[in-house]
Every structure is written in C-alpha cells, then in structure tokens.
Design a protein around this ligand. Structure first.
Ligand code: DGL
Length: 292
C-alpha cells in the first residue's frame, strides 16, 4: 500500500465528529477514512483533562498501529484543547489536524460585533481557548456559554433508529435553556448575530438552534475549514490520493460503545450503510508504545 492509499483517521468522543467527517468526505471524496467514536466513554466535556489526554493517546496509537493512518483529524474541540499538543509531540511524523471554535471567522462574519460561543466546559475553560479569546481582544464582544449535558443528549438521541420524541424535547430544552441564558440574539446593535458551535456534536442540533434563534443568526461550525486544512496538509506531505475520477472508497466507522447508535447516526446523518459500522474494544487503560 502506498502512503496515499492509507486511510485518514478521524476521532471524537462519540458521534459528533461525524459532522467533520461529512465535510472531509465532501472535500476529499477519493480518500479512505476510518472514524472512531469513543462513545463508550462519551461525553468528554465534563471528564477533565487527564482522562481526555489518556483516551486521545490510546486512540491515536490504536489508529496508527491497526489502521496505518497517514493523518489524523481530531474531530473534537475538547480533545484538541486538552491533548493535541502532546499528541503532536508523541507522533512527530503524523500530520495532525485539530478543531477549535471558529472565533476568527465569526469576527469576520459578524456585523454587530456581538458573538455567542457554545461548547463543552472542557473546551471553554481550557488554556487553549483562553489564548484564542485573548488573541481577539477588542475585536468583538464574546458571550461564552458551556452547555453541560448537551453533547450527551445528542449521543443519546441516536439510541433508536427513529429519534424518540422525548430526545428531541430534551435537546431542544437544553438549547433553549443555554441560548436564553446568553442574552439577546438579533441583528440590531448590541445583539448577538453570530453563534459559534464550539463542539462538533452541536452541528446535529443546528435546526433546533435555528428555530429558536431565528433565520438571521449565523451559525459557525468548523467542518469545512478543517477539511480544507486536511487537504493542504496531505498536499504538503505528498500523500493526497490522485483525483482521477475513481469512485469514493468504503468508509469504516468504529465505536467503543454499542453498535446500533453509531449505525443510526451514520444512516440518519451521513446516509451511510449500517454495514460500514463495527465495534472496537479499546478499554480505558489501553496503551501502546507510541509509533514513530
Ligand atoms: N464533540 C466534542 C467536542 O467537539 C466533545 C463533546 C463531549 O464529548 O463532551 O468538543
């Protein structure tokens, strides 16, 4: 297998990173992907850094060893904030792309200069986020809101093939509670006209958010910029699959949790066949020597 034929690894605490995988597939249709949802351990957002770091290292090592990935996309803001720095140090030759809340694009897009940011507690209390916020000091007014429980509710909403009405009610109630605590959204002076989705799971409740906030509020996620950055990195390392019109290769989706929720998420959100999903046993405490 040539380097270009090796798959790109993508991982998240659970199904949220499928929103990034969607953008990656659109940008890089000839690439092979192996996606790992750590749903057996989700959510990461309220777990603390040490746990998230240990999982990030275990998953990265596993994807390198078992799937010989040529690059890794950390499709999780929480894991990026807690662990990408160390992951780069452990795997110096592995091209790594992380995600962070899209504050800079939000500053460019906002007309009122008032921007809401939602994410996990882990992401929004991290040093990495504090640095990002400080780098934009004076350029906009940010209202930052951790949304405890929202990623978990989105995970749970994949338990059944047809989403249960109670799940929709729960995710909507959480979206309503957190956005109403942030202040006024709107397009008038002093109102937030832009909301940054600082967690990859939240893309899957964007319809709820839109219906609560109205059609004029811009929602900013990171899927597309991350996909473009991945393409640039593969180009720079000469490992991009040649775009010669070959059909899109099969995708592998793995979960450390139950199989059905991943299958439901894959068919519901990405229109992928349930057969591309499988479980993987990667218990807490699993570790391998770093691959260099
Ligand atoms: N999807 C993840 C993120 O972007 C993590 C959500 C969670 O597990 O709490 O932050």
């Amino acid at each position: 297998m040539t380097a270009a034929q090796q798959p790109i690894g993508v991982f998240d605490s659970g199904v949220g990173g499928l929103s990034v995988l969607q953008a990656l597939r659109a940008e890089l249709p000839h690439e092979r992907f192996v996606y790992l949802a750590d749903s057996g351990n989700a959510p990461y957002g309220e777990r603390g850094d040490a746990f998230v770091q240990a999982r990030t290292h275990a998953i990265t090592d596993y994807l390198c060893r078992q799937h010989h990935i040529k690059a890794l996309v950390v499709a999780c803001n929480t894991a990026t904030a807690a662990a990408i720095h160390e992951a780069r140090a452990r795997h110096p030759r592995l091209p790594l792309v992380g995600v962070e809340p899209a504050l800079k694009p939000a500053v460019a897009a906002s007309k009122t200069g008032h921007i809401g940011v939602i994410g996990t507690r882990g992401t929004l209390t991290s040093a990495k986020f504090a640095k990002l916020l400080a780098s934009l000091d004076g350029q906009a007014h940010f209202v930052v809101q951790p949304c405890d429980g929202l990623a978990h509710a989105i995970e749970r909403s994949t338990a059944q093939a047809v989403p249960a009405a109670s799940d929709a009610t729960e995710t909507r109630a959480l979206c309503a509670r957190y956005t109403s605590a942030m202040g006024r959204f709107g397009t008038q002076a002093g109102e937030m006209d832009t909301l940054v989705l600082g967690c990859t799971h939240y893309v899957f409740v964007q319809d709820e958010l839109r219906s609560l906030l109205g059609p004029h509020i811009r929602l900013m996620d990171t899927g597309e910029p991350v996909a473009r950055q991945t393409r640039r990195l593969l180009q720079a390392t000469g490992t991009l699959v040649p775009e010669n019109g070959t059909p899109a290769p099969a995708i592998t989706l793995l979960t450390t949790g139950a199989l059905e929720p991943l299958q439901n998420a894959a068919t519901r959100w990405l229109q992928l066949p349930a057969e591309c999903c499988a479980t993987v046993d990667l218990p807490v405490g699993w570790s391998a020597d770093p691959v260099r």
